[in-house]
Every structure is written in C-alpha cells, then in structure tokens.
Design a protein around this ligand. Structure first.
Ligand code: G3H
Ligand code: 13P
Ligand code: ZN
Length: 342
C-alpha cells in the first residue's frame, strides 16, 4: 500500500467527482477485510482509528498492522486517519505514530461529550492545523454536532451546521476537510423511519459546497444499517430494534455536492456480528476462532466492497503517485494552510 495524505486522496476524489469511504479499524480482521475489498475493487481508501480503537488494539499493534498492510497491498493508496481526536495532544500522538491525517473534533470538549462553543473549536482546530501542516499531515475539523451516544462518541444533542459559520470556521482554521452535521448520528439507531429530505438536511451540504468549493466535506454517521444485516443478527438470537440508517442514494447525492469522505463503522460491526452469530448457531460444537472470524471477515469485506463501488472510488487506486509528507509540508508553507489544489 502506498501511504498518502488524506488531502491528496480527497483532492484526487474531487477531480474525479467521487467519494472515499473511511472505515474504522480495531483489529486484524477489519484491516484485512478493508484492504481485500480495496484490492478487489482497485480503490484508494481511508483507514481510521478512534481513540477507543487505539486503546483497544494498542498503538504499536495498530502501527504494525498498517505496516503489514503496506507490504501486502503495495498497489493501494491509503490514508491513515485519527478519527474524532478530542484534543491537540491526541492529534499530536497520532502524527507521531505515523498517521497521515487527523481529525480535531473541537465541536465537543475534550471529554468527547460536552458540546463546545465556536471560539473553543476554532482555537483548538487552528492549533492542530499549524502543528499538522508543518509536517504535511491533513486536518479534518467538525462544525455542528451529531446525535447518538451509543458508541461513546457524541453529546446526543444535534446542532446542524450553520453555513455562515462554516465559511468563517474554514477561513479561521485552514482545515483541509470539514465534517458537517446534517442530522445523522453514530451507531445503529439513527432514524425510526426511512429518512427523507426533511430529516436529512442535504441542503446544508449543497449550500456549504457552493460557498466553500475547495473544502472537502465529510459525512460522519454514514452507515446505511442494511435491513438484511440487522435481520441476520436477529435471526440468530440478536436483539437489534427496528432502525434505519443513511440510504446509499443520499450519500451519492452528497458526493455530487462536495462530500469526499464518508465515515462507515457500524455497518462493518453489524456484518461481523451477524456472521459470528450465524456461525455459532450453525455449529455449536466449534470452538476454533478461525471458524467464526473467517465468515466475519468475509461479511465485512462484502460491505466495504459494496460501499466502494457505490461511492465511486472503485478503479482509482493507481491514478496517482503519492506526494510525500515532506513535499506536502512544503506546499502548505508556500501556498498557506488553505491549498486550492494539490
Ligand atoms: O465515531 C465513532 C466510530 O464509530 C468509532 O467508535 O469510539 O466506539 O471506536 P468507537
Ligand atoms: P457510523 O456509526 O454510521 O458507522 O459512523 C461512523 C463514523 O462516523 C465514524 O467517525
Ligand atoms: Zn464520526
């Protein structure tokens, strides 16, 4: 795998009018599933780790998993991204670890729960932009807050992104990518019915994109929570309540209007859990973890493959040569924080 900055990867996506899935990893099977799907579809990809993932797997294990992916998948362009960094310190530790992109989520205070005010958000995000761009690393900021507290990220309160504030935020911070709140939330329980245009504020994306055409927009909480994955879990003893996610066609609509990074975690969790429950039910005498982890990995790969095709990133893995962090740093120094193009 060729390690690229997220900035380059998203600039290329903008040129080609496609979106790039950013998939969360915590363990070996997730890394393998995502990389295999990237190979199968010849896709560039963003692999991201939350603070919880870094704690669960241990930074050194995550680092070496990524090194192994680099050896095994030399043809795939990958950006390594810190998901929901809660403070400049977290972002700094990710950069030190070798991540090529960080999210400073200053929409929340550093407890990852309490909504923060605009000035706090600008201050911490600007601090991270200065530190990261110095070494060529990409920065994603967030304005507005998502709902959903099931997975420990988010306040549960929803504040949709205000386009006027978005313009001021990008100008004052110099972020490369901006996560916008349009009514989605993390986790499986996003909507109680199929979301329509009143529930999912796609007009916010359209307006921000018109006013900030060179800022890459990010959709968090973008799992689609497919009914068949929920049904499989429930058929084999699970208890997932009726629920709806973000329809893929709405994400595709967003991609037409500047969404370049699409965050998906829950769908992989659902796929893995369904496959493991099924394997347990089908042969209760089995106790070799490979017996249930193999179908879990295959089920995650299938979800990632489908998203890569739907987001349009398929076929673009080898479109460009990676720009080194060193050269990216020089570009920021020459052009200022807000690059117009790479
Ligand atoms: O932002 C939410 C992602 O799904 C990561 O979740 O914090 O449980 O690892 P996590
Ligand atoms: P989902 O819970 O919808 O997969 O969202 C993941 C996400 O936004 C990670 O930052
Ligand atoms: Zn998120």
């Amino acid at each position: 795998m060729a390690l690229v900055t997220m900035r380059q990867l998203l600039d290329e996506a903008a040129k080609g009018n496609y979106g790039v899935g950013a998939f969360n990893v915590n363990n070996l099977e997730q890394v393998q599933a995502i990389m295999e799907a990237a190979r199968e579809t010849e896709s560039p990809v963003i692999i991201q780790a939350s603070r919880g993932a870094r704690k669960y797997a241990n930074d050194r294990f995550l680092y070496h998993l990524m090194e192994a992916a680099a050896e095994v998948y030399p043809e795939i362009s990958v950006a390594l991204h810190q998901d929901h960094g809660n403070s400049p310190e977290t972002c700094k530790s990710a950069i030190d670890l070798g991540f090529t992109s960080v999210m400073m989520d200053g929409s929340l205070m550093d407890d990852g729960k309490t909504p923060a005010d605009f000035e706090y958000n600008v201050r911490v995000t600007r601090e991270v932009v200065e530190m990261a761009h110095e070494v060529g690393v990409t920065v994603e900021g967030e304005l507005g807050t998502l709902g959903g507290i099931e997975d420990g990220v988010g306040s549960g309160e929803v504040h949709l992104t205000d386009p006027d504030q978005a313009v001021e935020f990008v100008e004052r911070t110099g972020v490369d990518a901006l996560a916008v709140a349009i009514g989605t939330s993390h986790g499986a329980y996003k909507f109680t019915s199929e979301p329509d245009r009143d529930v999912l504020a796609m007009n916010i994306i359209e307006e921000i994109n018109e006013r900030l055409p060179t800022t890459h927009l990010v959709m968090h909480g973008s799992s689609s929570v497919p009914k068949e994955l929920v049904d499989t879990i429930n058929r084999y003893g699970g208890e997932i309540r009726p629920t709806f996610g973000v329809p893929v066609r709405e994400i595709q609509e967003g991609i037409k209007h500047g969404v370049r990074k699409v965050n998906v975690d829950t769908d992989l969790r659902l796929a893995a859990t369904g496959a493991i429950r099924k394997a347990f039910a089908e042969d209760p005498s089995e106790f070799d973890p490979r017996y249930y982890l193999k179908p879990a990995r295959a089920a995650m790969q299938e979800v990632v493959r489908a998203r890569m095709e739907a987001f349009g990133q398929a076929g673009h893995a080898r479109d460009y040569d990676p720009i080194s962090l060193h050269d990216m740093a020089a570009r920021y120094r020459e052009q200022g924080h807000q690059l117009t193009t790479v």
